[in-house]
Design a protein around this ligand. Sequence first.
Ligand code: G3P
Ligand code: CA
Length: 219
Amino acid sequence: MHKIGHRGAKGHVAENTLASFQKAIELGVDGIELDVHLSLDGKVMVIHDDTVDRTTSAKGLVKDFSAKELKPFDIPTLESVFELVKQKCFINIELKTFETADKVAELIERYISEKHWKYDDFIVSSFDWNALQQVHFLNDKIRIGVLTNTDLDLALAFAKFIKAYSVHPYYHLLTAENVTQMQSKNFKVYPWTINEQEDIIFVKSLNVDGIITDFPDRI
Ligand code: G3P
Ligand code: CA
């Protein structure tokens, strides 16, 4: 079962920072999860919200700052995370906007063709299924993870349609039956975000394929 560090090791270090991804690696994760938006100059930036307000001392929309302006606020580029990770674990890139799809697919392709990374080094997930379709359209070898916090049946139907690699449900949607159903269709099941011991015991009892958590050391 895969241990996936949510926004790095969010329970220990400021989320979606290089330090957080480093901590997750030190805690022995199989994968890290992170979120992306585009900067003003079209760079893929690793940050959860569409504004910088919650996680930095600045204010404003991510898309109104250049990558250079965002750097002092500890907001890494996706490429700098690739350079830190260096294939030590897989990277689950969550697209927060449709506009990130082309740039993320392009970056993945570049690392595969120029730096000999593997498709197994990446999963691209999103609640925006149009963004996932766009990635699949650009390169159908990129592994797709279908995120849902509402309708698991619909997510499963879309996963079949798009030939996804995995389904990433909010863990309260899971039952033993629907996990088996997803796995019988060859989808990996990666629920989120599971932090408390009783919830960890519950999802482990369902034999999920991985757990996305703020505390990789608790899994
Ligand atoms: O990828 C799973 C999880 O991160 C989705 O929710 O809001 O933490 O990005 P959120
Ligand atoms: Ca996320």
